[in-house]
Design a protein around this ligand. Sequence first.
Ligand code: ZN
Length: 923
Amino acid sequence: MPAGRAPQRGRDPSLGRFLVRQTQAVRRHVPALLERTDRRHLRPGRRSHGRRRRGRAVSPSCDGVATRAAAAVLPGRQRIVRVRVPVLGERRTRAFRRSDGQRPGLGAVLHRPAHAGRRVTPLHMARRDNATKEFSIMTSTASAASAASTRRQTRETSPTPFFAERLASRGSMLYGGDYNPEQWPESVWRDDMRLFKQAGINEVTLNVFSWAQLQPSEDEYDFSKLDRIVRAVSDAGMSIVMATSTGALPAWMSLRHPDVNRVDERGRKMRHRERHNACINSPTFRKYSAALAGKLAERYGRLDNLVAWHVGNEYGGMCWCDTCAKAFREWLRRKYGTIEAVNEAWNTAFWSHTYHGFDEIFPPNELGDTTSWGGKAILGGFSLDYQRFYGECVLDSYNEEKAAIRKFDPVNPVTTNMMGTYPTYDYFRWRAGANPADGTVGDADAANVSTTGDATAAADNTVGNATDATAPTVGGVDVVSWDSYPRPDTDPANVAFCHELMRGVGGGKPFMLMEQTPSRQNWMAYNTQKRPGQMRELSWQAVAHGADTVQFFQLRQNRSGCEKFHGALISSDGTDRTRAFKECAELGAELRRVSGRVLGSRVVPARVALVFDWQSRWAIGMSAGPTISMDYVAEVQRWYRELHRRNIPVDIVGPYDSYDAYDLVLAPCLYMMRADLVERLRAFVSGGGRLLLTALSALADEHDSLYQGEIPVPLRDLTGVWVEETDALDPSEHVVPLRFAADDTDSAGDAAAGTSGDAAESHGRVLFDVLEADEGTTVLATYGSEYYAGTPAFTFRPSAGDGGVFYAATFPDDAAMPRFVDALLAGTGITGLTDAPLIGTVERSAVVPDATVPADLRTVDLEVTRRFAADGTTFTFVLNPANAPVSVDLPAALAGRDLLTDATVTPGRRVLPPFAVLVIESK
Ligand SMILES: [Zn+2]
């Protein structure tokens, strides 16, 4: 270490000497180090990281005017409205509908003043009256939770999470984010530290994109500026999340070692460019990225105020270069052994693709076996294997950096920032304890053990000689962190879905909200500011779903570059007078005051699990047919939203997880089923669990080969139906009415039947399986038109106990969905945290005069979630996601003390302000 460049740290002569002393002490006394680490009082601080820019589809129908208008009157759950908006003096009518079928979101744009003449007419609306009735039926049948309840009681309850343990001594959550002071003169840093303290910031994420500065050439490193930055933030009492800077290459490396540059899906070799630009299999990249991570850990890994490592940044994209081709062939050799086995797995007899040697295989980009129209796979197994291969390589690269860090820092958690439903990698395989070699992923318990054991094992290995320590054998992320950037029109339930998914990736443990914007994004068509109070509400929403940190991108606005218009705590004016700064400071004070109470608590155990499978998503997306109107994420989210609306706790689980702890598992569009997944699902149903399958479920094996036999082949006997054929209709033109058996028989109380309601407004969409039901299979609904009118559209096949398999032969529309979910829940005793959806009534609209808003649109579904602490304390979060005051009847179940105001929350009618947050503490 170039001690001469070491910075001052407090009263010590140099940070360098301080680090040397720490390292020497560690080598002598690693056990003592661990003890010290447990005791140590980490200074307040926080960090965040790079920002997600790619992968966000722009909703084509969301023009600014229509979006504002629609959102303005959609504080509830309605999906489609027709908006009459004056535009440039003329009137035009636009149908507002998300391209993915999701509801338009709330709040963000409820600020707009009313336009005279605006008129809003609902096309489809949730049937509140039926919903209310159905909930009463549901709760009245809440008796038969026996076997499932027994299973649930065996679940893990409340082991204190590893990361939370480490943060507990701080007394409050991490609050901070990405800080890039290298872009400003040092005189500005002093102002930053003052403003950070004023805003309650207690953490900074450093060194996200500094590789080119840190390493000017192959054998030259310069940490002098980073040393000064570390000293400045340490002296200011900030905690540090240290990034490894490997998310963007130095230009010299791209020039001298072209193997680091990617080849894209069209075969084009890249030059040095933007970020996230390395071929993950480049030997040069692997060598220098791990070396840099190791040098950073050697230099900064013993800092008292270091709280976590951040490897890379928002890993994304793929490469199709010759290096990757070679590595892919080796991967195939390891996986299949022989070329004959490859041919068999991929069914290469199709279109004369039989291979006679591994060297005949090239990555399937558009020069090869991916279509130029829609990116479809010629051979599904081939393209899936490349997707799996590349994801494993990215994880390998992450693990190499992690191992390099572990040689010098056996304690601090290592993570990288994920991006919710980002499509390219199977995040479940990044869970600590995962085994990428066989595709298995540990369950929550295993992940806990692995993660905790990670540091312990590393410490054991480092006794006597930290520098020569063997890297921990367990890779993956020690704590999940992710970047949340909802669009202004994103449904709050879909934001919640992403939080649940990220928590699920971590095996249920709390996670880090690594990034969010304090105010606005910069990569959208219209970068709408978060409305007053909305940033706070979204921050608490993350906490409500399991976040133990609240972090931003970014703390100071970029001077230039393509992120210069992205929001920040400190804007280019450098003052504390901006709305964003003031709101951040208010939240900082609030978190400092109360977040320590919530820190380390867990989200309440769910009885319902929803399976999310990246690999089924890939396979569906790669398949040519049966429909282009198939959005896997949107279809899964539709089921989630209905559960979320009822405030029912839901865990989102992967295809590798155990389902034994749940009463109900929803597996919509679970297209691809490995043999082990089939067995776990069969065991779950045989054990009394309830399983939902839908059209496009259980069709293919892991090679995207269709199972041969009566569909759904591997679960044919348990579903009690045979899918004879599947029809696809353009959902923008055609839907098919559904007739519920309960409407004919008036058997609303039947545990297995859908509840009564107006079937005329219920439809199936997109896909329509034509079923033949076995004897003993209950038909809950039938089609009302097309040549399959009168045939089953929704069925239930009972099995052991209360269990069985529901089969939804079509995708229910918004009116039908509550009835489908009623059937899933009937007789299980599963209820929400409130007995019914907590619906608020908009007191007044800031956007549209009350008289112009249809009465049924003046409602808001409030979100209710709960965490519980090891001492039995529960924290119930009640959120108003709308930018409007709403009146609501709080049920007795929500009585308690509001942690945020210290006021007593009593049942009864009350008005919640726009974006209101209640954190009700009770025991
Ligand atoms: Zn490559």
